[in-house]
Design a protein around this ligand. Structure first.
Ligand code: NDP
Length: 287
């Protein structure tokens, strides 16, 4: 007998989760603000609830996949959650997750989905969800929760999953900013974007080794350990990157803030270090 699941939210991600549960044979009750979105899922076997409250009443396990923290507040404002097992898969802040865990009488598990909808229910695509909060809830409903994507429990602090989720997403945006700048540099040249793409992908992949080096340097508090390219050399090299942008008529607004932090660290005497010293400059309260 498969655990019945209630799911609030049938957007791109909610729809993918719903189909994964139906495919795995879990009885499913769904609710969506815009009722029209529930039609196809009803045809595939889901029970459609008229209100969020009705959907919550239907099952012990209640999964929320709405747009953001504000939409969860709105949808669950007047819903009785006492005694329920609430799993919040909305991408939210750690503080919001902790606030949810402290409220109401429900057991609470917060999740951050590290996948896009086409990866859901496809184990080969490697989708997983960071979970934190109630370990008991995850243990009790593990079989249901891992049907759409694997589970990685990262601690009983309910905010930890959101923190890891946002850390990974933040790093991704740094990478995407660099990729945008790179494509802009060649945009006005007779260079096919498809020519640069595999070169960029290969280079960024090769550079990921620096992540472990940064962690090792932070762990010992010495940012010169294993340094390959010194900060002094890299700050000198900035001139070439900024001049090239100027020659190509490309704005430096994505690169400039990071370069300024590198310069500040150099001024503080970090010339022989790796780029790890920049991290402390982002934590002015700690410095
Ligand atoms: P969509 O924009 O496709 O869907 C949003 C859902 O939220 C819809 O069901 C919408 O209902 C509902 N909603 C929005 N505002 C309210 C509100 N005020 N009250 C009630 N319901 C509301 O988003 P996704 O499904 O893609 O994303 C859902 C969550 O999953 C987000 O937190 C997102 O960050 C996360 N996620 C998404 C990924 C992706 O690539 N799509 C990847 C990883 C995480 P309605 O149909 O009525 O508009």
């Amino acid at each position: 007998e498969k655990t019945p699941v209630t799911l609030l939210g049938l957007g791109a991600m909610g729809g993918a989760l719903a189909r994964a549960w139906l495919a795995a044979g879990h009885p499913l009750t769904v609710w969506n603000r815009t009722a029209a979105r529930t039609g196809p899922l009803a045809a595939e076997g889901a029970v459609v609830a008229a209100t969020a409250a009705e959907a919550v009443t239907a099952n012990q396990l209640v999964v929320v996949c709405l747009l953001d923290d504000a939409s969860v507040e709105e949808a669950l404002a007047d819903v009785e959650l006492a005694g329920k097992d609430l799993v919040n898969l909305v991408t939210g802040t750690p503080g919001q997750a902790r606030a949810w865990a402290e409220r109401r009488g429900a057991r609470y598990l917060d999740g951050g989905i590290m996948a896009v909808p086409p990866m859901i229910g496809v184990p080969a695509a490697g989708p997983y969800v960071f979970y934190s909060g109630s370990a008991e809830l995850l243990a009790d409903h593990r079989a249901a929760l891992i049907a759409p994507a694997d589970a990685r429990f990262v601690g009983t602090d309910p905010g930890r999953a959101a923190l890891y989720d946002v850390a990974l997403l933040s790093a991704m945006y740094g990478m995407l900013a660099g990729v945008a700048h790179a494509f802009a540099l060649v945009r006005e040249e007779p260079v096919a974007p498809g020519e640069l793409a595999p070169l960029l992908g290969g280079w960024l992949t090769a550079m990921t080794g620096s992540i472990d080096r940064t962690a090792a340097q932070l762990a010992v508090g010495d940012y010169t350990v294993g340094v390959v390219s010194t900060l002094a050399m890299q700050v000198a090299g900035q001139t070439t990157l900024l001049r090239t942008a100027e020659e190509q008529g490309v704005s430096t607004e994505l690169l400039a803030p990071y370069f300024r932090l590198m310069e500040r660290r150099l001024e503080l005497g970090g010339g022989e270090e790796d780029l790890t010293g920049v991290i402390g400059l982002l934590l002015p309260r700690a410095g």
